[in-house]
Design a protein around this ligand. Structure first.
Ligand code: PEP
Ligand code: MG
Length: 326
């Protein structure tokens, strides 16, 4: 199988009925670059910048951040890279970042963009590093754990401010800059029109979105496996995001674990996703699946199932569908 996936490296992820699906990888360190390259992915769909911070003894300096981002862009050789600003807090703790209170529910606490908007020096420094590293090149940045459109707008203004600062000081700016929001907090589903009017793209973080929609702690083994993300309720939510984004002409991609197995990726394609980001090791198996299915058939299979929360499990339908093709 490994050999089979290796051979797929230079083949495009296109379904039997000719639909091209973009496959990207999730990354976070320089160490990920060779895996990204071997996977034959279209780009890096999620670069988790917090990893550099988590392995450092103290806040990485602006220059160190810029150096890493620049090396990542070099390694991607023109393929798009989407950097996510710091997502610390929750399960990702930085010992050197002081907190005033002990949190009972850190996943819903002071984390990600909330820290960035409160301690703007942290976000500003990171944004400056990103803008500098991408001088003369394309830059894509997204913000984690956005809960309201207003938060995204504030983060966007901060980026624009940094851009003006660098321009005034004669630095080369990115040749293009795209700013996106991660959809991980359910409230955004009810503000999609407003959100899609101000973003360049959205990226669905299904790990967090599922945790918050079902109120099921993703890190708690006792409950984490209790509900199936392929249940109609969750797939309907994801379908709404895919449809609305298409309506607004804004690319929607998905970077949670759900994109990373052939079976779940099948469901995501069937409800409208045309771009996914996953671990480098998932690209081969997912591509293999894409090249063996007819998307029209898959859509016809899933559409009625989504209308029936009381119907047979969608996972089972997809398993049967996959087996019938083997
Ligand atoms: C997610 O929540 O789905 C996601 C991609 O972000 P992380 O797993 O880093 O929280
Ligand atoms: Mg997340």
């Amino acid at each position: 199988r490994q050999e089979r996936y290796r051979q797929l490296r230079f083949k495009a992820p296109v379904t039997l009925d000719g639909v091209r699906i973009a496959l990207n990888t999730n990354a976070g360190l320089l160490f990920d670059l060779p895996h990204f390259d071997e996977s034959g992915a279209d780009g890096i769909g999620l670069f988790r910048t917090e990893l550099q911070f988590m392995i450092a003894p103290t806040f990485p300096k602006m220059g160190q951040q810029a150096e890493l981002y620049s090396k990542i862009l070099d390694g991607a050789t023109g393929r798009p890279v989407t950097f996510r600003t710091l997502d610390i807090g929750g399960d990702k703790v930085l010992p050197y970042l002081t907190r005033s209170v002990q949190e009972e529910n850190p996943a819903m606490g002071w984390r990600a963009i909330r820290i960035g908007l409160d301690r703007t020096v942290i976000l500003r420094t990171q944004v400056r590093a990103l803008l500098k590293a991408a001088g003369g090149r394309e830059l894509r940045v997204m913000f984690p754990m956005i809960s309201t459109v207003e938060e995204f707008v504030k983060a966007k203004e901060l980026v624009k401010g940094e851009q003006r600062f660098l321009e005034k000081h004669g630095h080369a700016l990115p040749s293009s800059l795209k700013l996106g929001a991660m959809i991980e907090v359910p409230a955004l589903l009810f503000e999609l029109d407003e959100l899609l009017s101000v973003v360049d793209f959205v990226s669905v973080g299904t790990n967090d979105l599922f945790q918050f929609m079902l109120a099921v702690d993703r890190g708690n083994a006792k409950v984490a496996q209790r509900f199936d993300p392929l249940a109609p309720s969750f797939l309907r939510a994801l379908r709404t995001i895919a449809r609305k984004s298409a309506e607004y002409g804004k690319p929607a991609t998905l970077c949670g674990e759900l994109g990373g197995t052939p079976l779940t990726a099948m469901a995501l394609m069937a409800i409208g996703f045309r771009s996914m980001s996953m671990a480098a090791t998932s690209v081969g198996p997912v591509k293999d699946m894409i090249r063996s299915v007819n998307l029209g058939e898959l859509e016809a299979l899933l559409a009625p199932a989504l209308n029936r929360p009381d119907g047979p499990p969608i996972r089972k339908l997809l398993q049967d569908f996959a087996e019938s093709r083997d």
